[in-house]
Design a protein around this ligand. Sequence first.
Ligand code: BG6
Length: 512
Amino acid sequence: MSEQSYVNPLRDSQDRRLPRVAGPCALVMFGVTGDLAHKKLLPAIYDLANRGLLPPGFGLVGIARRDWDDDDFANYCLEAVKERARTPFREEVWAQLHEGLRVVTGDLTDEDTYARLKETLRVLDEEQGTEGNHAYYLSIPPNRFEAVISNLRKAQLVDKEQKTPWNRVVIEKPFGHDLRSAIELEETVESVFNANSVFRIDHYLGKETVQNMLALRFANQLFEPVWNRNYVDHVQITMAEDIGIGGRAGYYDGVGAARDVIQNHLLQLLALIAMEEPTSFDAAQLRSEKEKVLGAARPPTDLKSHTARGQYLAGWAGGEKVKGYLEEDGISPDSTTETYAAIRVDIDNRRWADVPFYLRTAKRMPRRVTEIALMMRPAPHLPFNATQTEALGSNALVMRIQPDEGVTLRFGAKVPATQMEIRDVTMDFQYGNSFAESSPEAYERLILDVFLGDPPLFPQAREVEQSWEILDPILDYWDAKRRQPEGYVAGSWGPPSGKTMLTRDGRAWRRP
Ligand code: BG6
């Protein structure tokens, strides 16, 4: 193909070199006293302000049940920023942000809370010049979504048809508990907000390394020709965490690893790895490619052999003695929630027929690491004797999402001073060594995209449904068994069934 006729989807009509700066707007945050807001969202807002990407006319309204005034709220935000912001603290940036901070106290189910919110936004629009552009961020448990959304409607804080000023809603996962509840949730949300105004956050899509997967695949000539069943034996997607459930028992118990991580983060990674090249990175094109591949993906036929679930037992992690899941505060001693989940997914299309995708996630693993590994088929013929290639494994392309961000290529090379002994070596790209710029946090990117109304990095309703279609049969199978998940010692790589899932197929998990 000639260079002229090739359309590079990374090159779109807008000039992406210009800094993208949000226009006047206010963010209303439900769940502002929660863990996520404190650790991630408030620091991300400060970092955006610090990078000059928020307008002077910016407002942040926290909704809280605490008996707070604006100063208490500002102190709370300041503490979160000082503790967690990525960029250095600058008094002048904080002072400007501070001017737009307001708190509305009250219960989420109480209509008066929304009357006060409406008045607060009216005054804020006037004082800060936020011009009636409002984004509502729902960082709250899903069973409270309905109350908030219907109260926003009753208080006439949202106009579904109105384009300017805009009203948008940001929804944190989990998007439902299964397919049915996800569809119900969609109906509730879209009965009040226009579908184009709904931003479902999957923070993995905001990670630089995840976006880099698109660059790696579609900006280069080197990889795409081997990105298919002719060369790839199987794909491993691992998201391991060394932490336990911390203070999140209330959220995590009854949800578990598959719903918490596989339904969203890991299936989104699978979609980006496996999809065809979009004609551009517009939301519509990107989503349509993801939708196609998720539509071709299916749960394993043999659910017993190709799924595994575990629960961590007491052990050693991060250099300290840690409790087992059942001894954690707030967890019932007979909980059957899994903290380890592994599944095989197959994709029924020409590119991926017979190439299994193995997905695994767990808490209390030996270390925190997220990576995607394309494990290549063996060379069709090796002109070496068996001893010479004893130390040769599979060629692999590993995308390291975190923490050691980069890409590794593993292949065989001759060991010096031997006649012809081959051993695996690696070639590494590391973000830290190649770029002077540091990576923004995923939430910085995604919150800015909400303000700009830029939706490509937000999964659409259909993708959420498709992910449940893949997961539901597995969850039903696990439920029907009603078994205690298999125990694994904290600080180990998971239960035996996780291993046999691959050995049965003649494969093994990589040690990331
Ligand atoms: C969240 C999950 O979505 O992702 C958590 O609910 C998990 O259980 C977290 O700890 C991990 O995020 P990251 O960005 O640290 O990999």
